[in-house]
Design a protein around this ligand. Structure first.
Ligand code: SF4
Length: 271
C-alpha cells in the first residue's frame, strides 16, 4: 500500500495501541453490533480497500499539509494520488482513479480559494485527545482534524468528503461533534467542513454547539454501549447499510467469497 496511507496509519496506531473506545468504534456498534465484532474482535479487513475511503484519507492529509505549510494543495494531492495509480482499490461503478483525481483537484482548489481564508489563528492539526468517563472501563480517544479561529470563534473542525450535502439534522445530532466538545470543552463551536464531490465542487461549513444535556446524553450512550460490548452482546442489525458492509458475505454464509475478499490482521495493527 502507498506510503501516504501507511504513514498515517503508523502515527495513529502508536496512539491507538492501548485498549480504548472511540467515536468510530462506538458508532460501529450502534450501526450493527455484529459489524463491530467482526471488525474489532475478529479483526477482519477487506483485502482491497475502498477507493472512496482512501481518497478521503488522502484529502485529509493534503488539507493538514496545506494548513501547516500553505503549499499548493493541488500539487501535493497530484503527487500523493499518483502513488495510488497502480494500487488495487475498490472503485464503484461511477468511479475511477482518473475521475477521483479530477474531483480531488477541483475540491482542493475550491478549499484553497474559499475555506482557507476563513481560518484565523491555527492552534492545532490532527490533535489527539483522550478523556475518561466514570462509567467507561476504557479511555475514550480520538483525533481532531483542526482547532482554529473561525469568525473569531475558537472552533474544532472535522473535514468530511461526501457525495452529497449534509442535512442540518446530521450536524445537530452528530455524536462525533459531541465527542469533540467533550474532549475540548473550551471551544466555542464545533464544525464539519464538508468537501462535496459534486460535478461542480462545493465546500460547506456547518457549525454547531452542544448544550450540557446533549453532552450528558452522549455520555450515557457511551456507558450503555460499553456495557453491551463488555457483556459480549453482539447481534446482527440488518438494514440498508448491509449493502455497503464489508461483512455482507460473512452474514450470508458465503465462505468462498469471505476467503477471497477478507483477511484477518494481527491485533497490533487494529485501527
Ligand atoms: S451485513 Fe448487515 S448484519 Fe451483517 S455485519 Fe454487516 S451490517 Fe451487520
Amino acid at each position: 500500500m502507498s506510503e501516504v496511507i501507511t504513514e498515517e496509519s503508523k502515527e495513529r496506531a502508536a496512539i491507538k495501541k492501548s485498549p480504548h473506545y472511540s467515536y468510530s468504534s462506538t458508532n460501529k456498534y450502534l450501526l450493527c453490533p455484529e459489524q463491530y465484532r467482526l471488525y474489532y474482535i475478529e479483526q477482519l479487513r477487506p483485502k482491497i480497500q475502498s477507493a472512496n475511503l482512501v481518497f478521503g484519507k488522502v484529502i485529509h492529509r493534503v488539507l493538514e499539509h496545506l494548513v501547516i505549510t500553505g503549499i499548493d494543495p493541488v500539487k501535493f494531492f497530484v503527487g500523493e494520488w499518483d502513488k495510488l495509480k497502480e494500487v488495487p482499490l475498490r472503485y464503484s461503478k461511477k468511479e475511477s482513479w482518473e475521475k477521483l483525481s479530477g474531483i480531488g483537484e477541483g475540491l482542493l482548489r475550491k478549499f484553497q480559494e474559499e475555506a482557507l481564508p476563513k481560518l484565523g489563528k491555527v492552534e492545532a492539526t490532527e490533535k489527539p485527545f483522550e478523556f475518561k468517563v466514570t462509567g467507561l472501563p476504557l479511555p475514550f480517544i480520538g483525533f481532531m482534524d483542526l482547532i482554529a479561529e473561525i469568525e473569531n470563534k475558537r472552533t474544532v473542525v472535522d473535514y468530511k468528503t461526501s457525495a452529497s450535502s449534509y442535512g442540518y439534522y446530521e450536524v445537530a445530532l452528530s455524536d462525533q461533534l459531541t465527542a469533540y466538545q467533550l474532549a475540548e470543552p473550551d471551544v466555542e463551536q464545533a464544525a464539519f467542513c464538508v468537501l462535496v464531490k459534486t460535478k461542480t465542487p462545493k465546500i460547506e461549513w456547518h457549525f454547531s454547539r452542544r448544550e450540557p444535556e446533549a453532552l450528558i446524553a452522549y455520555i450515557e450512550k457511551l456507558e450503555f454501549v460499553s456495557a453491551q460490548i463488555e457483556a459480549g452482546n453482539f447481534y446482527k442489525r440488518p438494514g440498508m447499510w448491509c449493502s455497503y458492509c464489508d461483512y455482507l458475505m460473512v452474514c450470508m454464509g458465503n465462505k468462498k467469497k469471505v476467503q477471497e475478499t477478507l483477511v484477518q490482521i494481527s491485533p497490533n495493527t487494529s485501527s
